[in-house]
Design a protein around this ligand. Sequence first.
Ligand code: AMP
Length: 184
Amino acid sequence: MTQLSSPPAAPSSAATHVDALLASYPDFPQPDILFRDLNPVFADAVAFRAIIDDLADQHRGQFDAVAGIEARGFLLAAAVGYAANVAVLAVRKGGKLPGTVLTEEYDLEYGSARLELEIGQLSVGTRVLILDDVLATGGTIAATSRLIERAGYILTGVGVVLELTDLHGRERLGTTPVHAIRSI
Ligand code: AMP
């Protein structure tokens, strides 16, 4: 009798929506950058619900708060926070938060930037899931990870809609579990 090998895993419904709706723009915002635009995914109600459910389900029970990175991560964090009934943290670009803030400088695929987090919003030891739209070089999420840990929280995972694998961002995130709905 012929032994049949298992068929490859079918892509999740969320990944199917990303494949169908993802838009790519060469040389934006500068030459040699292939910009991946997920706004068409967010603009489709069925696709948006699918990606939010996917991100919430992958780490379900493992986080008490989500941290969204300005600006597209906010869209994801607000919705996943609501879906999973957990707290929402806003990680903002430099200079926008009042009070006592933690700051991290980091390099981007294009340029450099600064991210900040207000301290004392949640209890020390709160388990946090970081959310953003695209994992590229990983600098943004690595900087956010440092902010989360410096604030006394426990980073339990990272969720992104899209991972650009040739930039090896995942390697900068150590042992933190990273879930990407679609890796290309
Ligand atoms: P990185 O720090 O390199 O992982 O970059 C991640 C952040 O920059 C994410 O918030 C993305 O929104 C944005 N980004 C970086 N590269 C791209 C790209 N090729 N297309 C779309 N967004 C990108």
